[in-house]
Structures are given as structure tokens and as C-alpha cells.
Design a protein around this ligand. Structure first.
Ligand code: SAH
Length: 233
């Protein structure tokens, strides 16, 4: 089955962009996923094809119009009735690997990209739209966020990643960061690869990796570590 992505955007020419090359590009050529960028402006009703208006209450910037957004979403839902609709917004729930995995197991996704000051708030409840953020940063538009979400989904689709196992051990899959990696040369500028990794003792290597995953998560991401610990008790 093909994972069908629909992207609602004012900049359809930004797609597939980086998803047209490498792993995702190959997977698309092989029909493992498809992409339909839809121009939000096509759903503007007036002769100037207006998509935005000034914010109620005043202030800087422009706001994407709810009626135009609704028409674009309705169109996407006609094409892909079972795909969840996600709006890219820094006010949304931070996207997680758990959510990505669930999306990748589904029929596809419709991603709504904002610009300017963002969306008229009424669209979310009015069209049952899930608000997601890609982190505590502010982008100039939702397109890069949509590319991130799609990239994360596509690599999990069946047959996309080379080694079948390489998905399961990654960071976040078990609520922890992954252990660190090394490759040849064994010594570089006075820095050696940890001896245990060259020992050939697989049990010892596995124990070292587990210990580093725990330790690095605890030090770098106390938030993840706490959640991981709470989940075990
Ligand atoms: N005024 C908004 C920011 C608008 S940025 C606010 O302060 O919350 C313009 C668009 O970029 C947004 O509508 C959204 O689609 C996208 N965007 C910016 N930062 C994002 C983030 N962290 N995650 C997802 N989308 C983001």
C-alpha cells in the first residue's frame, strides 16, 4: 500500500524538495509513498485570490483566512478521507516518535503549512485538525516542519530502510537516546574508539551500549529520563 501525503501550502514548489533525493526519493520512485502538494491559494474565493487578512484586535502581520483553509482541507479530505490532518504550528503538541510511528502505520497524512502569523484559530476545532509543533523554535513557514514530519514517517515505511533492524534501535524508540557510534580509524587526533567496541565480546558491547544510552539520556535529556523511569515503576 502507498502512504499518501497531501501538503496544503502557499509554496507547493518547495515539495518534494529534499524528499526527492536519497532514501525518500528512491522510495517515492518505487511507489512506496506519494506526494500531492496542494496550493492553498486555489481555494481563495475572491478575484484577487486573497488567502490572508489583518489580525482581529490589531497587531503585526497577517492571518490565514479560516474559510480558505476550510475549503483546502475539505478538498484534501475528499482525496484522502482516512488521513489525519495535522497543522504545523509552534503552539501545537510537540511531535514524537510514537506519533510518527502511528502515522507511518496509517494510510497517509495531510499536512497544513502556515505562513505569516499563522492560522485563524477557529480552523482547528471547526475541521478537527491536530496541531503539532516540531520543536520550541519559530520557522518562517510550516513547509520545513512538514518536510520533517514526512521524512520521519517515510523512513519507517516497509521496505524503505535498508536493514530491517535499523529502525528499532534508534533514539526515542525505547524512550531513550541511542548510544554513540564510532568507525575507523581506531585512533584519530589522539582520540581512541572505546576499547570495549573493539573487543569482539558482544555481550559486553551490548552492556556498554545500554549503559551509555541510559547515562547520556540522564545527562542530556533529564525530561526523557524521568519519563522513562516513571514508565518502568
Ligand atoms: N505567530 C506564530 C508563528 C508563526 S510562524 C506564533 O508565534 O506561534 C509561521 C508558520 O510557520 C506557522 O504558521 C507554522 O505553520 C510554521 N511554524 C513555525 N514554527 C513552527 C514549529 N516550531 N513547528 C511547526 N510549525 C512551525
Amino acid at each position: 500500500m502507498t502512504f499518501a501525503a497531501t501538503v496544503l501550502t502557499l509554496y507547493p514548489e518547495m515539495f518534494p524538495g529534499p524528499l526527492g533525493v536519497s532514501l525518500a526519493g528512491r522510495a517515492m520512485a518505487e511507489g512506496k509513498w506519494s506526494l500531492n502538494p496542494v496550493h492553498i491559494r486555489d481555494f481563495a474565493a475572491d478575484k484577487h485570490r486573497t488567502v490572508d487578512d489583518t489580525p482581529a484586535g490589531g497587531g503585526a502581520g497577517m492571518v490565514l483566512k479560516v474559510d480558505v483553509l476550510a475549503a483546502a482541507i475539505d478538498h484534501a479530505r475528499e482525496l484522502a478521507p482516512d488521513a489525519p490532518v495535522l497543522a504545523m504550528t509552534p503552539r501545537g503538541k510537540p511531535i514524537s516518535q510514537v506519533r510518527i510511528r502511528a502515522l507511518a502505520e496509517g494510510p497517509g497524512v495531510t499536512l497544513l503549512c502556515g505562513r505569516f502569523e499563522g492560522f485563524d484559530e477557529r480552523i482547528f476545532a471547526g475541521r478537527n485538525v491536530e496541531e503539532v509543533s516540531v520543536g520550541d523554535i519559530v520557522l518562517s513557514g510550516g513547509e520545513c516542519a512538514a518536510l520533517m514530519v514526512l521524512d520521519a514517517c517515510i523512513r519507517l515505511l516497509p521496505g524503505v530502510m535498508g536493514a530491517a533492524s535499523s529502525g528499532a534501535e534508534e533514539s526515542f524508540e525505547d524512550g531513550l537516546l541511542e548510544y554513540p557510534h564510532y568507525t575507523r580509524p581506531p585512533m584519530w587526533e589522539g582520540r581512541a574508539i572505546p576499547e570495549v567496541l573493539r573487543s569482539g565480546d558482544h555481550a559486553k558491547i551490548a552492556a556498554w551500549r545500554k549503559q551509555r544510552a541510559d547515562e547520556d539520556t540522564r545527562l542530556r535529556r533529564p525530561d526523557l529520563w524521568e519519563r522513562h523511569r516513571d514508565a518502568r515503576v
